[in-house]
Design a protein around this ligand. Structure first.
Ligand code: UGA
Length: 438
């Protein structure tokens, strides 16, 4: 099929390459010339394992091209909208400017029978409004909503072999057939492999996405709330998570207590959900998400408090080594990153913060040039008064406490991801602080 993908960020670039890999003829459209140049060279403009290989392999087939010229989408039958929906500054709501602009730019180039497919995460009701806009335009194109569930770090796998596919189709039967048939062809390979498919309406498709992220955020904040209780009772949240996780109804995944969730999705999606529910007069239905958000943000301060306690509340001029800047390992994304937030807060308190990350230093520096970034692990921890693990990259997870102990000034460690064995670190002479750990 001939496919266009509007927006080549973390979502769109991977989606475009995956579609080409699956045999489709793909044109990716973006406004950022640097990004386009990198993608055209077969280079990923951000860190995503497997994406460079995918770009090269899909690019070599001649089926994957990138452009800033929207008119090149002409001739494609399916047009994916994969632009960002960031949080509006000073509000919880999602900013739909880029989605609206993408639709506006597409309109003059659509033909009857074309299918516009929304992938961006949007407030429920957005698809209905876009469908009305398409209908008014008289182009004869129809709209489908097809939310994306890829995780950064695993985006290639999640795109090529998704764990489920959702089609939100028009209520009008003819349009539903056109959109449904086109999407079945797009995802023919995954569907042949028995990937579960849910065919539904726009509102459900939009809600599936935000409710999935709300659920995941709630699960993480639930275990972090238990960590807070563990901290005042002497209980161990990791053992607690193991024990409740054996219940198949609960499950152990996403019960990792620590500094909490961040990234370009979970935080802004729960806030956008609250804002939309308020507009719909159902704010109370998701009012618990306010607590989910608050618990999550409290955990960042908890990490900072641990550091302060280890420094006898005199951080000024003390060296703090921050391990990790990305919001999670296998990503260079620092959007709403708990790790970067912790580093900035400690710097604000007067500590000499040195921060490192295998991939995210460039992005972190652009946002917070005031921090002292170090490329090497040794350069970060040498002479440190406290070491803080905030992003559990393998490079930092499997440290030898004896070896690291020879580099630091004082053996103090705050384990913001509960990744270390406290007994082992204490045996090596470290003062160890975890989250929700005795
Ligand atoms: C999330 C969802 O997992 C994807 O399904 C969804 O498609 C995506 O958002 C999106 O909306 O595009 P992602 O933001 O890539 O994916 O990252 P996650 O793996 O969900 O991690 C989110 C945050 O939760 C990270 O900061 C991570 O460190 C934290 N986390 C995760 C915990 O603190 N504890 C856990 O047990 C798991």
């Amino acid at each position: 099929m001939r496919i266009s993908v509007i927006g080549c960020g973390y979502l769109g670039a991977v989606h475009a390459a995956a579609m080409a890999e699956l045999g489709h003829d793909v044109i990716g459209v973006d406004v950022d010339p640097e990004k386009l140049a990198a993608l055209t060279r077969g280079e990923a403009p951000f860190f995503e394992p497997g994406l460079p290989e995918l770009l090269v392999s899909a690019g070599s087939t001649g089926r994957l091209r990138f452009t800033d010229d929207i008119s090149e989408v002409r001739g494609a039958q399916v047009h994916f909208i994969a632009v960002g929906t960031p949080q509006v500054k000073g509000s919880n709501a999602a900013d739909l400017r880029f989605v609206d602009a993408a639709v506006g730019q597409l309109l003059p180039h659509l033909s009857p029978g074309d299918v516009v497919v929304g992938k961006s995460t949007v407030p429920v009701g957005t698809a209905g409004a876009i469908a009305a806009r398409l209908a008014e335009s008289g182009t004869g194109a129809v709209l489908a909503w097809n939310p994306e569930f890829l995780r950064e770090g695993f985006a290639v796998k999640d795109s090529l072999t998704p764990d489920r596919i959702v089609f939100g189709l028009p209520s009008e039967p003819e349009g539903a057939v056109v959109a449904g048939d086109a999407l079945r062809e797009v995802y023919a390979r995954a569907l042949a492999d028995d990937t579960p498919l849910v065919v539904t309406d726009y509102a459900t498709a939009e809600l599936v996405k935000v409710s999935a992220n709300a659920f995941l955020a709630t699960k993480i904040s639930f275990i972090n709330a238990m960590a807070e209780i563990a901290e005042v009772t002497g209980a161990d949240v990791t053992q607690l998570a193991d024990a409740i996780g054996f219940d198949a109804r609960i499950g152990r995944r996403f019960l990792g207590a620590g500094v909490g969730f961040g990234g370009g999705c979970l935080p802004k999606d729960i806030r956008g959900f609250m804002a939309r529910a308020d507009e719909l007069g159902r704010g109370e239905s998701v009012a618990f998400l306010k607590e989910v958000d608050a618990i999550n943000l409290r955990r960042r301060q908890r990490v900072v408090d641990h550091v302060l306690e280890l420094l006898d509340h005199a951080p000024f001029g003390k060296t703090v080594a921050v391990l990790g800047l990305a919001f999670k390992p296998h990503s260079d994304d620092v959007r709403d990153s708990p790790a970067l937030d912790v580093a900035v807060r400690l710097k604000g308190l007067g500590a000499d913060v040195r921060a490192t990350d295998p991939q995210a230093i460039g992005n972190a520096r652009r946002l917070h040039p005031q921090l002292d970034y170090r490329e090497s692990f040794e350069g970060t921890v040498s002479g440190a008064d406290v070491v803080v693990l905030v992003t559990e990259w393998d490079e930092y997870r499997y440290l030898d406490p004896d070896a690291v102990g020879t580099l630091v000034a004082s053996r103090n460690v705050v384990d913001g991801r509960n990744s270390y064995d406290p007994a082992r670190w204490r045996a090596a002479g470290w003062s160890y602080r975890g989250l929700g750990k005795p």
